[in-house]
Design a protein around this ligand. Sequence first.
Ligand code: SF4
Length: 585
Amino acid sequence: MTATEDLEQRIQSFPRQRTYLLPALHEVQEAYGWLPPDALEALGLHLRVPKSEVFGIASSFPDFLLSAPTRTERTCTGASCRVLGGPSHAEATADCLFVCGVGPASEVDGRLVGRGGLKSEVPTVTSGTLVQDGSCSRAVADTARAGGTHVGCAGNCWQAPALSHDGGSTWTSQNTAWTPPGERWLLHDVGRIDPYAPKLYAAFEKALSMGTDRVWELVRESGLRGRGGAYFPVGAKWETARNTAADKKFLLVNAEEGEPGIYKDRHLLEGDPHRVVEGILIAAFGIGATNVVIFVNGEARLSHERLLVAIEAARRAGNVYLPLEVRQGAGGYVLGEETALINAIHGLRAEPLARPPFPAVSGLQSSPTVINNVESLTNLPDIILNGADWFRSVGTQSTPGTKLVSLAGGVRQPGLHEVPLGTSLGTILDAYGGGATADLSAVLVGGPSGSILPTSLLETPFDVQALQSVGGILGAGGIVALTTQQCPVAAVRELVAYNSRESCGKCTPCREGTVRMLNLFEDIQHGRSSNETFSTLEDLNDILAFGSLCGLGQMAPNPVRALLRHFGPEVEAHKNGRCPAGVCA
Ligand code: SF4
């Protein structure tokens, strides 16, 4: 078969509908390593999408390549990797490679490399020994080829590659031994079970026996709030879709997780994909959904592979009672916006829409669509089995349950930790993170839309309301500890730069405002700021917060406001041309 025939065959395997644009682009890039212009043209002709639009949409996703790759190395420029010493000699850079626990990270010829290239040997093991085998461990050792029983990473990325001889209670690696602290709900089986082995769906069976109304009531009574960042009550979102009359109703599972520094959903999908699938089936039943679409991050290849195996096993067991489709994304922080995600699945640019209507009323194919994220759904099996009171026994009154924290930066035990909501930031750093590696100057909480907090606020509970009271947000649960060798101004400048790159450009305040904000930060960093710089910055904060269409622009001022509120002396020093940490030129 010639190359042209091969291309034709690949493209024509897709139904002639625009919604297949993203999967078809993936197919072509998978085959050729990039998206050649003739492929884009052929694809547009087949899917009946103008080639200018095909090009525009492909170019709006960071993971699609419109020119043949000449560079084979990308080095992570995320905050946690920078704390750990990267980037240094990169030929090209990536915003986040999502293996923050083994940073500094890079990607060479499509393979993740952790700890700046330092490889570890996997000891020879006997059968019965558990071998941690997830994205982080594969980045630092050849765990895929190790003996023993392969399990997902228990969250102890800092130990990778780690082994357990007692069924996952204790983990050892070189000279370290670790027992996961506290009670683990979502991570209970992660690191204990073979993610490829079938699992019984006892909670789903119980849900079926309870009936759809009771499942919804129980979820509402539990007080579960969405864990994607907005913390909207899950039961209330379901209720809107349930009460909207329609022939079709969708559950759209957001497994995109495009926020730098966040790798919780990948851990769940790599370590216990069946719990995720069971949660999805329970939700679909409680909502009264007729269809499920799962949107997985395009770079989360191991998650995708293990999810597909779990779905197939669930199908064979007769548990998948409705049409369920898996789609892959191609990057983009803006996909955290529900309407942008829906647009991407429809084969349109990933741009948010004005609301109302909300997706729970009109979303995928203009049908009621509930969008829940992986972590939210993974809570459901235990809620069904143990009840609402059990769920409310942990966490805070307004936000019960546990939260997965992606912990990185200047701590001894970076990785994924499960903490009761309301645990103080200091306890998370010490009891879970093993303490700081050096004197800390600040913590970044909540990612690019979050805040920077001084160490004097480490007693603040990790909770939606408590963080709001100090100008922060919980977000998706990312915490990066900064040591005194990092500059808070430079750290916030990187968040501003990220928001500017990720702005979809649809509305002027965000498109222009984030760039202007970045220019001002460069002036501040390089001793060129004046009082006018800061008054313009304050104006921009207000304009973005009130004038932007979606959360990305509305929350872009959060880290800037937190910096101005909590780091007056450091900002003042920069105004006088001095960086106390010696980072800014
Ligand atoms: S706020 Fe930013 S990301 Fe959101 S729609 Fe406007 S330009 Fe796009």
